[in-house]
Design a protein around this ligand. Structure first.
Ligand code: SF4
Ligand code: ZN
Length: 312
């Protein structure tokens, strides 16, 4: 029989990759401690900073909201209602975020895509076949807008180990040097944009799900209907298989990559090689962008053109 490393009571939770057994009562504190260590290791933020967390109603972002609050940070959240009608996805996910905001007594900013742009994600997906990448652009756009308006200095997201490794795996498969050279759990602030951080990157999807379960977090159980098309899902299936053969593979892969990136960043800083990207004011919305018209406005222009062609 396995016993909890901390309180010695019998336990069913065994973390193979850490060679550690914990009981459901001690498990949440262990997770919170892991997150605290990640924040410290990457110097992500300090309690005095104004932090905004992107929440989706899923287990990762809602768990992170609770973890950061328990660690003593005051974190406001941001939710974007994409208007996904299938399985009432947007309505249910918004409800879960509101429940958590109430539980923590913390502010939640809500943006409604339909109200802001006149279109919902279902319409976007008909005009723009890469729904997930369009969705990412939309989320970042409104997130940047609220960050600027409300003066947040840090934006946190709930990406977990599996998310981060599948992104890394995809970048390696395509040997996409631009993305590989950008991947890091802390992206420093640049003109008008807040610092971006990912405090959950060393916790696997399963570990976060277990945290949500042992901490009684109410989150949306079904996946976004568009996620079935995402290549990250296929990468994750393969990565999970590798992890099942050899526990700790994902963590090892990410840790070694981050060690390499840390060295690379240091060298670039020493040689002053980190180049500032040219920024423009978007010709349509006036938000800062790396092109003359921002990605959000070009996507929405396409969506509007398609709607016009189809009569509204
Ligand atoms: Fe957006 Fe794709 Fe995530 Fe759905 S799965 S919320 S479409 S990024
Ligand atoms: Zn724009």
């Amino acid at each position: 029989m396995r016993i909890c490393f901390f309180c010695k009571s019998p336990t069913g939770i065994h973390l193979k990759e850490h060679r550690l057994s914990l009981c459901p009562t001690c498990y949440p504190s262990w997770v919170e401690d892991q997150v605290a260590k990640t924040i410290k290791r990457f110097k992500m933020f300090v309690p005095q900073e104004k932090i905004l967390l992107a929440v989706s109603g899923g287990k990762d972002s809602l768990s992170l909201w609770q973890i950061l609050t328990r660690l003593g940070y005051v974190v406001h959240a941001f939710y974007i209602s994409l208007g996904i009608k299938e399985e009432n996805y947007s309505d249910i996910s918004k409800e879960k975020c509101l429940i958590m905001a109430q539980k923590l007594s913390l502010p939640l900013h809500i943006v409604d895509l339909q109200k802001e742009s006149g279109y919902n994600l279902n319409q976007v997906s008909k005009a723009y076949y890469k729904t997930c990448s369009a969705c990412g652009v939309i989320k970042r756009y409104f997130m940047n807008q609220i960050t600027l308006k409300e003066n947040y200095s840090v934006v946190a997201t709930g990406h977990n180990l599996d998310d981060e490794v599948s992104t890394l795996f995809g970048n390696v498969l395509r040997w996409d040097e631009t993305y590989l050279n950008r991947q890091y759990p802390v992206i420093p602030p640049k003109a008008g944009l807040a610092k971006k951080v990912k405090p959950l990157i060393f916790l696997s999807e399963k570990q976060v799900a277990l945290y949500a379960l042992t901490s009684e977090i109410d989150y949306i159980r079904h996946e976004c209907p568009y996620s079935t098309h995402a290549s990250s899902l296929r990468y994750k299936e393969n990565l999970h298989q590798l992890e099942s053969y050899n526990a700790g593979t994902l963590r090892f892969f990410l840790t070694n990559f981050l060690n390499f990136r840390k060295k690379q960043i240091k060298e670039q800083e020493e040689k002053k090689e980190i180049k500032e990207v040219a920024l423009y004011l978007c010709s349509s919305c006036q938000q800062l962008s790396t092109s003359k018209m921002c990605k959000y406005c070009s996507i929405m222009q396409k969506v509007a053109q398609r709607a016009k062609k189809n009569g509204g």
